[in-house]
Design a binder for this molecule. Structure first.
Ligand code: NAG
Ligand code: NAG
Ligand code: NAG
Length: 306
């Protein structure tokens, strides 16, 4: 009995948090006056779970003029119809929130282009679109010493070790294409199980004619420090589209400069302390130094206002 009650309370708490997370979404009022949230294109059966206090109510009356939806929305819980998708989902925050949708691979339409991305719906708040991941302790880590074509189009296995692609990143994050402003979250782990994360504001990538230039604000939160200092506003470099031979000596693809303090796409075979003429491991100076190659890394993005 006690555990059932706990489960019910947990669900209610979860739903409350989800509402708070979703203030920018389309809200719908049910007859009792409770406010629910409708995501464009979502299935009303999902929202049946939300209507715990109102099992027979129907969701209706989506106010017009909200930022991401201008169409009225009608959902009839009894017939479980599909909500009209006035806007297809753009990124992971358009999915139903953490606890309802699962982490995994989802399709999005950005500037009428289809793209497939891995969404983390668990890590604080959910709604994170993961665009880079390393797991260097596996037997055959993925080779990140790739050319520009691979970095533009992405490589690896979504949801495991992969690079999502500069073209996708540009389409989604560039303010000229999309009104959303993104935060960057970086997660790092060393070989002793020490972990750290950092949130950075205002992450976006320039277009191909601008060398996929990195635009990034400061560290807002987290313990890893800012090792992007020195590469902000730099172009993306690869061994075949190099900048001062930096990709060729650092064995990766990155926004290199003369003051490079991070190399998360570097050589993953070093595993911990290493030495050499040029630091080429998977490093982040303010976490474990440039002569320590990390076990795992993850870079993810999420719109600012959610
Ligand atoms: C996503 O798009 C891919 C490629 O177009 C397609 O094969 C897959 O079925 C789509 N997945 C979903 C969930 O729609
Ligand atoms: C990565 O480092 C290993 C040694 O740890 C070396 O054998 C390998 O050639 C390096 N790979 C690249 C692309 O430099
Ligand atoms: C790695 O380097 C650090 C700093 O130089 C040192 O304290 C540590 O003992 C080294 N660890 C190993 C396993 O060599």
């Amino acid at each position: 009995m006690g555990s059932v009650w706990f489960a019910v309370v947990s669900v209610l708490v979860l739903v409350q948090l989800s509402f708070a997370d979703a203030v920018m979404k389309n809200s719908c009022t049910v007859s009792s006056g409770n406010v629910y949230v409708i995501y464009p294109g979502s299935d009303c059966t999902v929202f049946a779970q939300w209507a715990i206090n109102n099992p027979s109510g129907s969701l209706q009356h989506c106010p017009k003029g909200m930022k991401f939806n201008t169409e009225p929305c009608q959902c009839d819980l009894a017939s479980k119809v599909q909500c009209p998708a006035s806007n297809p989902p753009l990124d992971c925050v358009d999915l139903p929130p953490a606890g309802i949708s699962v982490s995994g691979i989802y399709n999005f339409t950005v500037n009428s282009q289809e793209m497939t991305a891995y969404c983390d719906m668990v890590t604080p708040g959910g709604g994170w679109l993961v665009f880079q991941r390393r797991e260097t302790s596996i037997q055959k880590p993925l080779d990140f010493y790739q050319g520009m074509y691979a970095y533009e189009n992405g490589f690896g296995q979504l949801g495991f070790e992969f690079w999502w692609g500069l073209q996708n990143l540009y389409q989604l994050t560039n303010p000229a294409n999309n009104i959303r402003t993104y935060n960057l979250r970086v997660d790092l782990k060393d070989f002793n199980g020490k972990t750290g994360y950092g949130y950075f504001s205002n992450f976006y990538i320039g277009g191909p004619s601008d060398g996929y230039r990195l635009h990034l604000g400061g560290l807002e939160e987290g313990i890893i420090g800012d090792s992007f200092i020195g590469i902000k506003n730099m172009m993306f470099c690869t061994r075949d589209a190099d900048c001062n031979n930096m990709a060729a000596t650092h064995h990766g693809g990155w926004w290199y400069s003369d003051d490079t303090r991070s190399n998360l796409n570097g050589n993953g075979t070093h595993q911990g302390n290493y030495s050499g003429d040029v630091p080429d491991g998977v490093y982040y100076e303010t976490f474990r130094g440039i002569w320590y190659s990390l076990e795992s890394t993850r870079m993810a993005l999420k719109p600012l206002h959610t």
